[in-house]
Design a protein around this ligand. Structure first.
Ligand code: ADP
Ligand code: MG
Length: 541
């Protein structure tokens, strides 16, 4: 059992469901889940209010699945959802949580041929999730039997109200057995919904989350970006590029999402790694050390993993998924801007999560400014600014002072207008970032062993230690090596092992299997505008 799952176990959730939650990447119950699950496991009626995105579905799906009678072929749980999409989402969540219970769930909604649903209902399902219109349709056709329903859920009740489903809902409730558990979940509790809950529930427990004041640390500048789900990765990369972010914690809801996002970012050339409850202590420490040293720029974390993290100088916190409560939002953003430094916190939201964001804004008494995702042009312009800065630092750092470069420079300056000359060079660099430096010849390199067959280089077992002729004097950082090697040799930055930077040279350990590729790739690479020469280290170096 991982850290998370202890949280669910403490609520009384059974081990088969906990295994499924673990697979889904849930690490711990969200606040609404912690409050609702024990009550619902006891069979109590419940009226629960919490914003969108706070995990209300699992709050009822977990206990209801646990209370199902596996022997009963007829539907035992009925969930009403306002739209087809929401019905499908709820059905999907039931399916995943109930994976090990072999429960059958079915979404019924308008727009799908009713015959297919009738066939599925006949085959036997335990949980039916439907939109009110289509449920009514089945009731009229007598293709849905509600006499064995033990639990009824009105999900996203306020949306149902605004879609004009109240009469249908009351009619459907009229078909249900009187002896049942009734649950209503909603982001808000308008009067007509309250009335329904009063009428159709029996001394329900009431849970209302949010609203309690909790102040956000003041030195943090907050902004949010509204984007569609499928544009999220792209938006994140543009924000990271545009802000030139090199040290951020990025929060996701689940372990799975952390892994997926880290992989997606690595594939795009970012130094990203996930940290979450599935990592053992050794792996955790390794990722953290790499983050502290700058070999990892984006640490992708769950709330659980980030708790108690001791990392300084995080310039940005990015909520890739919005936090599930104001408290957790404050915890997250408290990771940046420590010790009087200014920090930035960005939150990515789906349009549906806007109200949740507003609630966080109110509860934390902080202003969260709206921003639009930088366009590709914005990013390109910013990249040019950064290139300019880099050239400034190369010139002041004395790059290219060797006579062969100075001689060439002098000749080029005689032949061309200086501004045209510089513009051409800048254009070439911009086009070919990272590979823009002069290529070195083979500076007396001896024969390089073939294949995996490297002599002892003094590396960790399984690794080869490479010598590279560039070091602290040339203002290189571990991140420069990781980035260059990952891009040039086309391997994940996560594979790279120890990096020891000395004044004039550096040792980098890479796995045996990729050592050859790294050596080859380095012959065409440059760091900080200097060509690199790499060769297997001799032990004792
Ligand atoms: P709501 O109904 O409150 O709007 P959902 O139930 O749709 O929220 O949940 C929002 C997202 O959060 C879903 O992707 C869900 O899988 C995820 N989620 C729910 N509970 C947890 C949890 N305990 N840990 C991590 N992710 C969760
Ligand atoms: Mg919901």
């Amino acid at each position: 059992m991982t850290e998370l799952t202890q949280g669910f176990a403490a609520l009384g959730v059974n081990p088969l469901i906990i295994e499924a939650l673990d697979e889904m990447g849930f690490e711990e119950p969200s606040p609404i889940q912690a409050a609702a699950i024990p009550l619902l496991l006891e069979g109590k009626d419940l009226v629960g209010q919490a914003q969108t995105g706070t995990g209300k579905t699992a709050a009822f799906a977990i206990p209801l699945l646990q209370r199902l009678d596996p022997e009963e072929p007829r539907p035992q749980v009925l969930v009403l959802a306002p739209t087809r999409e929401l019905a499908l989402q709820v059905a999907d969540e039931f399916g995943k949580i109930g994976k090990r219970l072999r429960v059958r769930e079915l979404a019924v909604y308008g727009g799908q041929p009713i015959e297919r649903q009738i066939k599925a209902l006949r085959a036997g399902v335990s949980v039916v999730i439907g939109t009110p219109g289509r449920i009514m349709d089945h009731l009229e056709r007598r293709t849905l039997k509600l006499d064995q329903i033990r639990a009824f859920v009105l999900d996203e009740a306020d949306e149902m109200l605004s879609m004009g489903f109240i009469e249908d809902i009351e009619e459907i409730i009229g078909h249900l057995p009187a002896e049942r558990q009734t649950i209503c979940f909603s982001a808000t509790m308008p009067e007509p919904i309250l009335r329904i809950t009063e009428r159709y529930t029996r001394t329900p427990a009431r849970i209302s989350l949010g609203g309690r004041g909790i102040a956000a640390p003041p030195a943090i500048d907050q902004a949010y970006f509204e984007i569609r789900e499928r544009d999220k990765v792209e938006a994140l990369t543009r924000i990271v590029d545009h802000e030139a972010i090199s040290r951020a914690i990025v929060f996701c809801r689940t372990k799975r999402e952390c892994d997926e996002l880290a992989t997606a970012l690595q594939a795009r050339g970012y130094l990203a790694e996930a940290i979450h409850g599935d990592l053992n202590q050794v792996q955790r420490n390794r990722v953290l050390a790499r983050f502290k040293e700058g070999q990892v720029e984006l640490l992708i974390a769950t709330d659980v993993a980030a708790r108690g993290l001791d990392v300084e100088n995080v310039t940005h916190v990015i909520n890739y998924d919005i936090a599930q409560s104001p408290e957790s939002h404050v915890h997250r953003i408290g990771r940046t801007g420590r010790i009087g430094r200014e920090g930035m916190a960005f939150t990515l939201i789906h349009p549906r999560e806007f109200r949740h964001l507003k609630l966080i804004e109110r509860a934390t008494q902080a202003r969260i400014q709206r921003r639009s995702v930088p366009t590709a042009t914005d990013v390109a312009e910013r990249a040019l600014d950064l290139l300019g800065e880099r050239i400034d630092s190369l010139v002041t750092g004395g790059a290219g002072q060797e006579s062969r470069f100075m001689d060439l420079a002098a000749r080029l300056l005689e032949e061309h207008e200086p501004d045209r000359l510089v513009a051409a060079l800048v254009a070439a660099m911009a086009e070919n970032r990272g590979a823009a430096g002069p290529e070195t010849g083979r500076l007396g390199s001896g024969p390089v062993p073939e294949g995996h067959d490297f002599p002892n280089t003094g590396a960790e077992p399984g690794y080869v230690r490479l010598f590279m002729n560039i070091g602290a004097r040339h203002r290189v950082t571990p991140a420069d090596f990781v980035r260059t090697i990952a891009r040039k040799a086309d391997i994940s930055g996560g594979l790279i092992g120890a990096i020891d930077i000395y004044d004039d040279f550096t040792f980098v350990e890479v796995p045996k299997e990729v050592a050859r590729a790294v050596l080859d790739a380095m012959e065409h690479a440059s760091i900080q505008g200097r060509g690199i020469h790499a060769e297997p280290a001799r032990p004792g170096h």
